[in-house]
Write a protein that binds this ligand. Structure first.
Ligand code: ADP
Length: 547
């Protein structure tokens, strides 16, 4: 640079100062910032070699963003904090003027330098820190192949440029940070949406679906071909959707209309009737930033069929229990009243008193059994039916249950049981099943007829069958027998709740077994059977029979 007059110097400084304010403001990344800094530095000093480096405190690494060497821009690179002038300035945070490099500092190899093989060494340089408060964000360095190319004024100028660079680096880092944050949030949101069991749809301000999560795709049974994102739900497009999806879409249309007008929709329920009955709860929130235009909305659909069914079951059970508990309670109360008046008057017929007492006991037992059945059925429905398997001799249990029932039955009960049909079953639960089948056989067949109970081990299963000569069942009835609350028309004049077989079937299934019924038709008797899996010891002969 030529020698300037004092006026020229002042003007140059003022111009420099006014340019500094805007320096690097447009830079979108560090490389662009480097170019802006180079252009400005080149105006005021020798920039034969010029570099911008940023410093990463965590890894103590210096990253050279770019390097200029004799007008050619080179890629940067990284190196650990070392002993050179750049590292020294980073460590001390103070600028460094190197008038004669060979005399003052360690020999320098321009790491990012030029032609291969040529070891070029600058002869002078100025290195200034880029600061943010006390922290060193990086350095700016201008170097020359001439000795004494720089003086104190250059240190000041480069420091002024570096101060400007500091603000820019902070701004760029903040934007980068924000972009990372943004990306992180997006990833988190993506993971939440994918793992949600609730179906979620996002619509834009025009009401077009712009996003669906996995659950929504499954609920709507949509493949990617059926839904074109970003297009409003129009009737002609919906025609290609599966029936269930069309039903849901019909419910969505008014919700989307509400969202388009910026109104959220409180939770409400819809019942799907095409295909399997399903109950869905639907709610929607409009997306409106605190300041700014409506962005559309989020719709959440939840399958609450199970919940509603359970509630309905509880109501059914309650209604059923209310009805079936009333009668025995009235009978018990009536007979207890008779007993009480007899006891207080001291007189009365002892035989009648005894009958009243046994009626009370019988009805109380029936009440207890009904209460237990109701409890077990609600456990079964909730998937909480407990099974405690234990080595159990099925023949012995069958004989025992038949014995207990025989004493009060007006029927002939025969038992045919193989010896040692032993497996890991819940004794109490198996008894429940046997009691249900035997008492049904007695209930639905005429007094004096024969009921046969057989137990046999057949091909890895223990099979039990209960045969009666009673009212029998037709094909339609046989198909529905194990449904909760089912009672055949022909059984309606016999008291019952239609819960016993449902529970028995559930107990057998919980043991890994199966239950079925056979009948040649009305009035021709029926056979109820169940099979329980035998343990491995039964599958592998020889079997050691225990006495
Ligand atoms: P409940 O006997 O209390 O009605 P269950 O669940 O035990 O309830 O039986 C359901 C229905 O199955 C009965 O109402 C009856 O219609 C039919 N059923 C059960 N056992 C027999 C049987 N041995 N013979 C004919 N029908 C039967």
């Amino acid at each position: 640079m030529g020698v300037l007059t004092a006026d020229e110097q002042l003007r140059a400084r003022l111009e420099f100062a006014s340019r500094l304010g805007a320096l690097g403001a447009d830079a979108r990344d560090l490389a662009e910032l480097f170019r802006a800094l180079y252009a400005e530095t080149a105006r005021v000093m020798d920039t034969t070699v010029f570099l911008l480096a940023v410093y990463d405190e965590a890894s103590e690494t210096v990253q050279v963003v770019r390097q200029m060497d004799r007008g050619v821009e080179h890629e940067g690179g990284s190196f650990p904090l070392g002993k050179g002038f750049t590292s020294e300035v980073i460590r001390t945070g103070a600028p460094r003027l190197i008038r004669r490099w060979s005399a003052e500092g360690p020999p320098v190899r321009l790491l990012y330098g030029t032609e291969a093989g040529e070891l070029v060494t600058p002869q002078s340089g100025v290195v200034v820190p880029i600061l943010s408060g006390d922290r060193v964000l990086g350095v700016l360095s201008a170097q020359s192949y001439r000795a004494e190319a720089y003086e104190d004024a250059d240190v000041l100028s480069l420091s002024a440029i570096a101060a400007q660079a500091g603000g820019n680096i902070k701004r760029l880092r903040a934007t980068e940070q924000m972009a990372l944050e943004h990306e992180r949030h997006a990833l988190q949101l993506e993971a939440v949406l994918a793992s949600m069991n609730d179906a979620l749809l996002i619509v834009d301000a025009r009401g077009a679906i712009v996003r669906l999560n996995r659950a929504a795709r499954e609920l709507l049974c949509l493949d990617s071909a059926s839904l074109v994102f970003g297009q409003p739900l129009e009737p002609q497009r919906l025609e290609q959707w599966p029936a269930t999806a069309r039903e849901i879409a019909a419910a969505l249309v008014p919700v989307i209309d509400a969202l388009r007008s910026g109104t959220s929709v409180a939770e409400f329920e819809i019942e799907l009737r095409s295909g399997k009955r399903r109950v869905l709860s639907l709610a929607a929130s409009a997306l409106r930033p605190p300041r700014g235009a409506l962005q559309g909305g989020v719709i959440v659909l939840r399958d609450i069929t199970g919940q509603r069914d359970l509630e309905r079951l509880r109501e059914d059970i309650f209604a059923m229990a209310w009805h079936d508990l009333q009668t025995p309670i009235t009978v018990i109360k009536g007979h207890a009243e008779i007993l009480r008046s007899q006891l207080s008057s001291g007189g009365g017929d002892p035989k009648a008193a005894k009958e009243a007492a046994s009626t009370i006991v019988k009805r109380a037992d029936a009440l207890a059994a009904l209460a237990l059945t109701l409890f077990d059925v609600s456990c079964l429905e909730a998937g909480l039916l407990s099974i405690a398997p234990w080595p159990t001799d099925l023949g012995a249990v069958a004989r025992d249950v038949a014995e207990g029932i025989r004493s009060t039955a007006g029927h002939d009960i025969e038992v045919f049981a193989d010896e040692n049909v032993v497996g890991e079953w819940d004794d109490r639960r198996v008894r429940q099943v046997l009691v249900n089948l035997l008492s049904n056989a007695l209930k639905y067949s005429p007094e004096g007829s024969t009921v046969s109970l057989s137990v046999a081990a057949v091909e890895g299963s223990a099979t039990v069958s209960v045969r009666d000569d009673g009212i029998g069942l037709d094909g339609t009835e046989l198909a529905q027998l194990f449904r909760r609350g089912y009672r055949a028309e022909s059984a309606k004049h016999t008291p019952g709740q239609g819960l016993g077989l449902y529970l028995a079937h559930g107990i057998v299934a919980a043991h890994g077994g199966r239950m079925w019924a056979e009948s040649p038709g009305h009035g021709r008797g029926s056979t109820f059977c169940f099979a329980l899996p035998l343990g491995r010891e039964h599958a592998d002969p020889p079997v050691e029979h225990r006495a």
